[in-house]
Design a protein around this ligand. Structure first.
Ligand code: PMP
Length: 348
């Protein structure tokens, strides 16, 4: 049976986490003279003088309703980057342990590994941008603590095979992180609804994409209570500001707007995909399950630079393994997509 505490770095097993008097008193009303806050109020009109809830109970309860996930299986962080970093700090012994990533993929897994002095073993995706399960199996050893899977994958745009993710979840006795930052743009069901089946699963989602809240920095990790208890022990106590908690709670009253935006993005994606086919210099347009396209063309870096001169900014991926000649294009508004297509057709 998978036990995350058996994976925990030894020095953390004895860690006494930060605690406050609010752990002993949970009420909202009272005479609060415990945290050296400003008892008079704040310098703004709003009441920001009290520390925010370190466990974000109200927000988790609401996210739980929206996502149909028990709040005890939800961890909230300062973007997705925070839980990624916490996983390294909890489970990976610097200079000894390793993780597996599947490039071309989201860059922060490797950056976070490097910051934490943990080896990131790179198992390239196949030519079809799917997981190479046999090579992953060969790369795993007794020091492998986390396998990172991104689906839909950035920068290729596609969902990787469900059955391959399931196979990894079954054979690997460490944490399997499935990054679903773009899950709202695909038709498959989220892995977050299958936590009971896979005790070693951790699913990442974010408010930065479909919800349009990238500036607020709010990432979600869904996992077993045992895994999340470890993240909660080592996180900074007030990792989410009161401003973020309050703003997102309010935003979650407006689910319809999010659904409408996703519908519109999917329509715009359809239009952009068709329009890109009409651009002669584009040689390949990869199928996408997300809110962007990977395309390949000759002279990708030149095209990228010329578009920047016209204030159209894409993401040059042409030097990335398996993406040679590739550019990543976010689906824009109807107007932005038209401007891009016109610019591409008129480039010389
Ligand atoms: N995961 C993937 C696959 C991403 O592409 C990104 C952002 N580009 C993130 C996570 C980061 O999300 P956040 O804004 O929540 O840190």
């Amino acid at each position: 049976m998978f036990d995350p505490n058996a994976l925990l770095r030894t020095h953390l097993q004895k860690l006494v986490p930060y605690s406050s008097a609010r752990d002993d008193y949970k009420g909202n009303e009272g005479v609060f003279l415990d945290a050296n806050e400003n008892s008079l109020g704040s310098i703004t009109e709003e009441d920001w003088n009290r520390y925010p809830d370190p466990y974000q109970k109200e927000l988790k309860a609401r996210i739980g309703e929206v996502k149909e996930i028990d709040p005890k299986n939800i961890f909230l962080g300062n973007g997705s980057d925070e839980p990624i970093d916490l996983l390294f700090r909890a489970f990976c012994e610097p200079g000894k342990d390793n993780v597996i990533i599947n490039p071309p993929t989201y860059g922060m897994y490797k950056v976070s590994a490097d910051i934490n002095n943990v080896e990131a073993r790179e198992v390239l995706l196949t030519a079809e941008y799917d997981l190479d399960i046999e090579t992953i199996k060969c790369a795993v050893n007794e020091n492998t603590k986390i396998i990172f899977i991104c689906s839909p994958n950035n920068p290729t745009g596609n969902d990787v095979s469900l059955d391959k993710i399931e196979e990894i979840l079954c054979f690997f006795n460490g944490i399997v992180l499935v990054d679903e930052a773009y899950v709202d743009f695909t038709i498959r069901q989220s892995f977050a609804l299958r936590l009971e089946e896979f005790p070693n699963l951790l699913v990442l989602q974010t408010f930065s994409k479909a919800w349009g809240l990238a500036a607020l920095r709010l990432g979600m990790a869904f996992a077993s209570e045992e895994i999340l208890a470890i993240l909660n022990r080592i996180k900074a106590p007030y990792n989410l500001s009161g401003l973020v908690q309050r703003t997102v709670l309010k935003a979650l009253e407006n689910l319809e707007k999010k659904d409408k935006m996703v519908d519109q993005i999917l329509k715009n994606r359809e239009f952009l995909g068709e329009a890109l086919k009409q651009v002669p210099m584009i040689k390949t347009i990869y199928p996408t399950d997300s809110n962007f396209f990977l395309v390949k063309l000759e002279n990708a870096s030149d095209v990228y630079k010329k578009l920047i001169d016209q204030k159209i900014i894409l993401r040059d991926r042409s030097k990335v393994a398996l993406c040679e000649g590739g550019i990543r294009i976010t689906v824009g508004t109807e107007k932005e997509n038209e401007l891009l297509i016109d610019a591409l057709k008129n480039l010389n």
